[in-house]
Ligand binder design. Structure first.
Ligand SMILES: [Zn+2]
Length: 617
């Protein structure tokens, strides 16, 4: 997963696109729902049929039929829908979007009821084929969910494909699609032989293959000897030079990433992108051989889009294959918190930046700018341990620490990379750690543990211990020792201090306007009584319609320290004018730059990081 809010230091990258903000809607439902263990009667020969056409699109509905064999006897069949989609670490309860449920054996209706909020209990009357059917409301523009337009459908298997509860996930299934013949289909599912029919050998793979159905642009290219496909909706959204640039960047970034693991693990890889101007910012979700990104069209042509794309593709190795043991196997009925998202997400983000610079898509100055931006984001967030931020993401904390494991985890990757290269005079690197863990855990059919991780890091660094690093910077909240560590890589951190108006608010666009998603403790916004969930309407005489209201606010009030600030919000049905004060806060603008006085070893480390090479170069 990668979601982002672009801040001032990244404006450089956004160029005329301006800054964007994105955050997912607040999760609904509880994180932990450990129901009493229930076991469905056995079912086999499972087939899912998905139907979607213009008439259904008008109702934003997909029709799903699931059929299976039951044996003799009348053991109830318990069918559940997942509570979440792996990678989108929040409880969504996809059963919420189901309506018109029915169960039949032949033409005969079967009795059914709900066994728990996301489980249907069907009562077969004997051996034979059973079909359950339901409508699914595809109206949520979110990469983990289902969304339709008059000529288009995105769906995720976690949304539409029930499984028999308590029977494990190691069952094969086929999927067929009924849709107008002139509509396209994009998915990484394996074709099953007959038209518009696909198969996977187990449920984990089945629900890891999102679908695009309808009219969209679709082309492909061979990269690293494997087919990469690009599906973009609407069809006219990524065309001409911007599409050419996508392919150019993919052709540079994918080999740079594959070099880390020395393999390209997919048969085909499908990049699936939706561009929609109602979407504030961008967010993308990884799968083993595809990813789905939803973006504001202003992102087209920005290096940020290239960075998110690289991040998602790197996940094909890191998290979809090399994965913390806490999430092996995925469970679908409950949250699976892990303290290791700083590796799965943060270090993925480090490698996304590395892929851009190693692939020659950006230069080293941009790489250092991206690094500085992460340092800045971490500095502005409350001090939060990487492990705690990883575990907490499931409840979307509102104190500003919510996603700090991305930039802070990325910087941990940089610091570990520097440590390993410094300890070995650039003979080993974090690449060796990722490659060895991939080989010793994923390739042997298991997830990695803390012992695996730190043992591998320490071995790569020639036996250097990392218990202190772990205690202070991963389990603990100590500030990173940037000056000492960056110096080992011939880099230095410079900072300008400025004072500017800051409210301490985070916002995201939704259908009601700019909704407040975070209020920093101790901030001017908190003192004024702004609450998470308020719709922000105006700050003084600055009307708010864009979630990236910060620059306009700062420009308008930069000389107004201490002035009263009327903050107009809508809270429920009421419109309120809260009274705040303009507060100027000291902001540190971080820059990372090459140290002109770096010694030869530090230069070797720096060059190694930027090129992916080890040894003396
Ligand atoms: Zn991610």
């Amino acid at each position: 997963m990668r979601r982002f809010r672009v801040c001032s230091t990244l404006l450089l990258l956004c160029s005329s696109a301006g800054a964007l903000a994105a955050q997912r809607p607040a999760a609904s439902g509880k994180v932990a729902t450990p129901a009493a263990p229930a076991r469905s009667g056995p079912i086999s020969n499972i087939h899912y049929d998905v139907a979607f056409d213009s008439a259904m699109a008008a109702r934003r509905t997909v029709r799903v039929a699931m059929s299976f064999d039951v044996g003799p006897g009348t053991a109830p069949v318990l069918l559940s829908l997942p509570a979440w989609t792996p990678g989108a670490y929040e409880i969504s309860n996809f059963a919420r979007w189901v309506s018109g449920f029915s169960a039949k054996a032949g033409e005969r209706a079967l009795l059914w009821d709900k066994a728990d909020p996301d489980t249907w209990r069907i009562r077969p009357t004997g051996a034979g084929r059973v079909t359950v059917g339901f409508d699914y409301l595809a109206d949520t523009l979110d990469n983990a969910m289902s969304w339709s337009r008059p000529d288009f459908l995105l769906f995720n298997g976690t949304n539409l494909f029930p499984y028999a509860e308590g029977r494990g996930f190691d069952f094969p299934a086929t999927v067929s699609l009924q849709a107008p013949p002139d509509w396209l289909v994009a998915t990484s599912m394996k074709p099953a032989g007959s038209p518009r029919t696909w198969t996977e050998r187990n449920y984990h793979d089945l629900v890891d293959m999102p679908f695009f159905v309808g009219r969209f642009a679709f082309d492909s290219s061979t990269i690293n000897g494997k087919v990469t496909r690009l599906a973009t909706y609407p069809a006219g959204s990524l065309t001409g030079d911007t599409r050419k640039a996508f392919w150019d960047q993919a052709g540079k970034a994918i080999p740079a990433m594959a070099a880390v693991f020395q393999e390209t693990p997919w048969d085909t890889y499908t990049v699936m992108m939706i561009f929609d101007s109602s979407y504030g910012g961008g967010s993308a979700l990884e799968h083993q051989s595809s990813h789905v990104g939803v973006y504001n069209p202003m992102m087209i042509g920005t290096p940020l889009l290239a960075s998110i794309t690289a991040h998602e593709i790197f996940h094909a190795w890191n998290v979809k294959r090399l994965r913390p043991a806490d999430m092996v196997p995925y469970e679908y009925e409950r949250a699976e918190p892990t303290p290791w998202l700083w590796v799965s997400e943060g270090i993925t983000d480090y490698y996304a930046d590395l892929a851009l610079v190693r692939g020659g898509i950006v230069d080293s100055a941009i790489f250092m700018g991206l690094t500085a931006e992460k340092i800045q984001t971490v500095a502005e967030a409350p001090p939060t341990a990487l492990e705690d931020a990883s575990v907490s993401t499931w409840i979307h904390p509102t104190d500003g620490s919510g996603y700090v494991y991305y930039p802070k985890g990325s910087l941990a990757g940089l610091l570990l990379d520097i440590s390993i290269r410094d300890a070995t005079d650039n003979r080993r690197s974090l690449d060796d750690v990722m490659r060895e863990l991939y080989r010793t855990t994923y390739k042997t059919g298991r997830g990695f543990t803390g012992t695996d991780w730190w043992g591998t890091v320490s071995r790569a660094a020639g036996g250097r211990p990392f218990a202190d690093f772990n205690a202070r910077y991963v389990d603990g909240r100590d500030p990173y020792p940037y000056d000492a560590m960056l110096a080992l890589a011939g880099l230095r951190l410079a900072a300008d201090t400025i004072r500017e108006p800051r409210l301490g608010l985070g916002g995201a666009a939704d259908s009601s306007g700019v909704r407040i998603t975070a209020v920093q403790p101790g901030s001017a916004a908190e003192a004024a009584g702004v609450r998470v969930g308020d719709i922000l309407l105006a700050l003084g005489d600055v009307a708010i319609s864009d979630p990236n209201f910060g620059p306009a606010y700062r420009a308008r009030f930069r000389n107004a320290e201490g002035q009263d600030l009327p903050i107009k919000v809508r809270r429920g049905t009421e419109t309120l004018t809260l009274t705040g004060k303009v507060r100027l806060i000291e902001q540190v603008n971080a820059h990372v730059e090459a140290d002109p006085n770096a010694g030869p070893k530090a230069i070797r480390v720096r060059t190694g990081i930027l090129t992916g090479k080890t040894g003396q170069q």
